[in-house]
Design a protein around this ligand. Structure first.
Ligand code: FES
Length: 568
């Protein structure tokens, strides 16, 4: 008798429903699936699950039905059986209070559906900011062979001959409107031109950032993260992802084998070099944490001191994702970054990152992916700040900040909450000058709750009308990856849990020193001690909450741990 362990169950035999009789469970499962017209031959094939994240509320996923069709074709051409299943879909502008509040719910939903249903591999179709992080968190925890397929960025729009894109230009043009330089009629026209096709925001916001990171992590097919949503190549990428999923189902290669420490380090290098979204760092921390790996913020900062920004995309630069794609995309970028990457990291195809970089297309004359000799910025996109105002760290995207404000001492003008900000920011009597520092608190993971993208505090109207384009702003909130400005984010611990941000008072002096990586509240220790004794948490954190909101408020972690749930 052989001592070999029993091979793991595959196909319909996986994850049987518990009736106390496995034979009956399989018999019943077959009986029900045959009601859908499947043959025994089909049911004997490797099963590839495909997440359906289509929603009328999510235009960034408008092409998902066509992608699913192509993934299914690829699965069947490779001899597998595709099985589509629904999960939650989240769009940035259609999620209240915030999409971040729901990211962990999507991760739980996706993980449990992968775990509960019989699939030998899964194709995760996502795109809008929180969907890809949620799916990767789920894939790591379920640890079923997985491949990420991105929905892809939108094409650019035009207005009065100027190239436009969501959503760096949404914020810029809204700023013009607030300053009185664009009337309501023109705003309405522009709203139809900023997002002219299906797909995700086409600047280097969070969606584009995650599209690049999935290639650097090796969990998506090379070159597929940046293909525009509406291109035929996007459909072909879906078909190829379906084929690859069958290979993964047969080989059994799990996300835990691909998402190694080397893969996360490569992702950090690419995140710095693309001028990526600050949200990308939070999501990377959450995905890595599921894998038992800690994203070391100091290491990330050190990488940023050596790795330049090479991609000329808004908001750090001037171009858009379709230009990046035609310039050679992530493989071409990784060729430029060879010296910083773990080239032997193996991807889901079996090819190494080094081999993918070597095979990158060279596009003569392209200007989107710079050479190391001619970087867009000589250092990386982001810096990690520490100091008595951010004991667990804060982040600034200095590649998209005003250089003259990166060392700045100013008077604090404090807003207690997002509501307080909305009420007072445009008050003509607000005591504020361009040299002040705008401080927003109670906007972190628990404070808001849901860590809204409110860190991009608007310039007070009276200053905007006087021509002020940027000021130092800081908060425990997040910011859209598409935004520009001298903005400190993710201050941890957040104010609502007793972090020092909650002790700042109007008129205090604050020192921001990005070259030294410092963020200091210039108030003596004794005074801060007195203020700490008087500090009270926000009312909603002293009350009982039911349902998902209760679970979220009890369990969400701080930004440095990716804002995942403590039990995940
Ligand atoms: Fe979906 Fe920007 S709103 S990617």
């Amino acid at each position: 008798m052989s001592n070999d362990p029993k091979p793991p169950a595959s196909g319909l035999r996986r994850n049987l429903t518990s009736y106390g009789d496995p034979g009956f469970s399989l018999f019943l499962r077959k009986a029900f699936i045959k009601a859908a017209g499947f043959s025994d031959d089909a049911l004997d094939r490797p099963i590839v699950g495909i997440t359906n994240t289509f929603s009328d509320f999510n235009p960034c996923h408008g092409n998902v039905p066509r992608l699913i069709e192509a993934v299914k074709r690829g699965v069947m051409l490779a001899g597998g059986l595709p099985m589509e299943f629904p999960t939650i879909s989240i769009h940035e502008s259609f999620a209240s209070p915030t999409s971040m509040f729901l990211r962990n719910l999507m991760a739980m939903d996706t993980e449990e559906m992968i775990r509960a249903q019989p699939m030998d591999a899964v194709v995760l179709i996502g795109g809008c900011d929180k969907t890809v992080p949620a799916q990767l968190m789920a894939a790591v925890s379920a640890d079923v062979p997985a491949i990420q397929l991105i929905t892809g960025p939108m094409l650019v729009g035009y207005h009065k001959g100027e190239m436009l894109g969501a959503c760096t230009d949404c914020r810029r043009l809204w700023g013009h409107h607030r300053a009185g330089a664009m009337d309501q009629d023109e705003v309405e026209v522009v709203s139809g031109r900023l997002a002219p096709t299906q797909g995700t925001c086409m600047v280097m916001g969070t969606a584009s950032t995650m599209g690049c990171l999935v290639e650097a992590l090796g969990i998506a097919l090379p070159g597929t993260g940046s293909i525009p949503a509406t291109h035929a190549d996007r459909i072909r990428a879906a078909e190829a992802s379906g084929r690859q999923a069958v290979m993964l189902a047969k080989s059994g290669t799990r996300p835990s084998e691909v998402l190694t420490e080397a893969a996360f380090r490569n992702a950090m290098v690419v995140l710095q070099a693309i001028g990526g979204s600050t949200n990308g760092l939070v999501h990377l921390a959450a995905i890595a944490r599921r894998r038992g790996i800690k994203i070391d913020l100091e290491e990330f900062d050190q990488i940023g001191r050596k790795v330049p920004v090479l991609v000329d995309l808004k908001p750090s630069g001037a171009q858009y994702m379709e230009h990046f794609h035609w310039a050679g995309g992530v493989p071409r970028l990784m060729q430029e970054l060879r010296d910083h990457l773990a080239l032997d990291a193996v991807t889901i195809t079996g090819a190494t990152i080094g081999a993918i970089a070597d095979a990158a297309e060279d596009v003569p004359g392209q200007t989107t992916i710079r050479s190391r000799d001619n970087p867009l910025k000589v250092t990386g996109a982001m810096a990690i700040l520490r100091g008595n105002l951010a004991p667990l760290g804060a982040v600034i995207k200095h590649s998209a900040a005003s250089p003259e404000l990166l060392q700045h001492t100013g008077r604090a003008v404090v807003f207690e909450s997002v509501e307080d900000l909305v009420t007072r920011i445009d008050d003509p009597d607000l005591d504020v000058t361009a040299d002040d520092i705008l401080v927003l608190r109670n906007a972190g993971p628990k404070g808001a709750p849901g860590m809204p993208e409110a860190g991009y505090l608007p310039i007070p109207r009276k200053l905007a009308q006087a021509g002020v384009k940027d000021m130092v702003r800081m908060s425990d909130a997040r910011m859209s990856g598409t935004a520009f400005g001298t903005i400190v984010l993710h201050i941890a611990p957040e104010s609502a849990t007793g972090g020092p941000l909650g002790l700042v008072r109007n008129g205090d002096q604050i020192r921001l020193d990005v070259p030294e990586r410092r963020l200091e509240l210039l108030v003596d220790e004794d005074e801060l001690g007195r203020r700490a004794k008087e500090w009270q948490p926000p009312a909603h954190l002293t009350e009982e909450h039911r349902g998902y909101r209760g679970l979220y408020l009890r369990s969400v972690l701080q930004a440095d741990e990716g804002c995942d749930f403590d039990f995940s």
